[in-house]
Each structure stands twice: as C-alpha cells, then as structure tokens.
Design a protein around this ligand. Structure first.
Ligand code: CU
Length: 305
C-alpha cells in the first residue's frame, strides 16, 4: 500500500478536531483557553457533518476504490512514488497550517478574553517561511524533472514494437506494420468507412499491414513505441494502467514509448473531451504474456484484413 494512502483521512481528522475545538466557545479571565461548557446548534450540526466526512473518507481510503489503477508498466512506478511524495509533503504542510489556523481561532476567537498581539512585519519569520517554501518546492520540481526526463528525454530502444495510433470521433485505430516491419502509405483521400486510416493497400509495405479498431495488443517485457495522430479534433490517448497519457493532435505525429510488464486486459480511454460521444471513445489493451499468444492474435487479425 503506498505511503500516502491514509493521509487525506488524517487531514480530514485533524481539520475536524481543530474545527471542533474552534467552534466551542472558551476562555477565562486567566487568559488560558478552556472548555466553556456551552454547545450551539450550529456547532453540533457542523460536528455531525465533519464526523460523516471523516467516516466516509476513512472508508474511501481504506477500501481504496479510487486509488491508482493497477500498475502495468516499468516507468509508472516512478510516477506513482512521486505522486505519493508530493501528497505526503503537501499533507504535512496542510496539517501544520490548518492546525495553526484552528489554534489561533480557538485561542483568540470572539469568545476568548485574550487579545492577540499585532506587529506590522517580522523579517526573520518571513525569510524563514519564504526560504523553506522555496527549498521544498525546488526539491519537488527537481524530483519531478528527473522522472519526466527519464520518460520523455530517453529514446525508445531500437527493437521497440512500433504501433501507429489514430484517434477519430469516436474510436481508436491501431496500425501494425506486419512481418516486414514497414508501414504502408496512408492517404486521407482513401479514407472510407471500411478503411479508417486511408491505408493504400497497393503500396508494397502495406500488403501485410494490420489495422484494428479499439483493440490493441502488446507483449509483456517488450518496449512499445506509439505514434499518435488524430483525424479530426484533439483527443488524448490514455492508458491509465501504464501511466501513459498523450494528446493526439491533428497534423502532428507524436511519439511516446513505454514497456508493459504486467500481462492482462486493460482499458484505453480518450482523456480529452472531443465531442458528444467522447464518453464511449474507449478501446481495449491486452498485454500478452508470451510471444506465441501475441503472434497468434496478429495472425488472427491479419486474416481479417
Ligand atoms: Cu476523443
């Protein structure tokens, strides 16, 4: 279980406690905050709401129905751990800031007898806050930069399986080069309802090409390079389990690569609102566990061309 899982519940809990303390009127003549024994209706309602929030969020983060989808790529682990790190760091800051806010409201609120002192500025405190914030953010940025560079600034291995992905309203087309390893020519003028990507079958390299709609197979352990295009509007090629998301932009061929490492069946989504039927622009990714199974699927699809 990632380290950040229970953090939001802790946040809720601490905020709730502090809010409870702050809404209970207190204070005495000795200047020390203490329970005043008075309960207001709004206080009870707020406390009940906070309790419901705490229980609900505790359930969500223990049962994990909305946590990351199962990871199925090599590079995805570094993205997940970066996410958890940012969550933990910002969570700690959140607890400290909200804690201080609650404390000051409780201590110097309307019902308190203490008077807060006021001063115009404090260069030392400001310098400490400014520098510590800058240091924390700089470290996080460099950590993110390292992960980004390891994914986007490294070329795909030469033996990567290349698949051309073309998005259109509202489906994903997958173009495999076939046994010759070369993609046939495509021409927008040749696009028909039966030829989604306008593949010119008279072009020799196109003879063995395989085109599928909404169905993509890759092999576990073999790097994959996808070349993403769009026929109409901007789409976004999203493989949640592989932590891959890349816009498909008309007029551009954008490449990303990844190494799938967990055999299974996964979902492909469009992550860019692209029209009325955007919600059903989905596809299915299968990560095959063996070269035999992958070849079998390719042969089956080749027979359907
Ligand atoms: Cu789309």
């Amino acid at each position: 279980m990632p380290s950040g899982v229970h953090l939001p519940s802790l946040l809720d809990f601490s905020v709730a406690c502090l809010t409870l303390v702050s809404i209970l009127p207190g204070g005495n003549s000795h200047g020390r905050w203490q329970w005043a024994g008075r309960v207001t209706v709004s206080g009870v309602v707020l406390a009940a709401l906070l309790l419901i929030l705490i229980v609900a969020s505790l359930y969500l983060f223990v049962a994990k129905p909305y946590w990351f989808p199962v990871l199925a790529s090599v590079h995805g682990g570094s993205i997940d751990s970066l996410f958890s790190t940012v969550l933990v760091v910002s969570g700690i800051v959140f607890i400290i800031v909200q804690g201080m806010l609650g404390f000051f409201v409780a201590r110097y609120g309307q019902s308190g007898n203490e008077r807060a002192s006021y001063w115009h500025d404090n260069p030392k405190a400001e310098a400490i806050l400014l520098i510590s914030t800058a240091v924390i953010l700089t470290i996080l940025v460099f950590m993110g930069q390292r992960v980004w560079a390891s994914i986007y600034f490294v070329d795909a291995p030469a033996d990567a399986l290349v698949i051309q992905v073309t998005g259109e309203q509202f489906s994903w087309n997958f173009h495999y080069p076939g046994p010759d390893g070369a993609f046939g020519r495509t021409d927008p003028k040749m696009i028909t309802s039966a030829n989604n990507i306008g593949l010119d079958r008279s072009d020799p390299p196109a003879k063995d090409d395989i085109v599928t709609v909404g169905e993509m197979h890759v092999l576990a352990g073999r790097p994959v390079k996808v070349r993403i295009r769009s026929k109409d509007v901007i789409h976004s090629f999203f493989l949640p389990n592989l932590r891959v998301k890349q816009d498909a932009v008309p007029g551009m061929a954008i490449e990303v690569w990844f190494t799938p490492n967990r055999p299974g069946a996964y979902e492909i989504a469009c992550a860019e609102l692209c029209g009325l039927a955007h919600y059903r622009m989905r596809g299915f990714l299968t990560i095959d566990d063996s070269q035999e199974n992958f070849n079998k699927w390719l042969q089956q699809k080749a027979a359907e061309q």
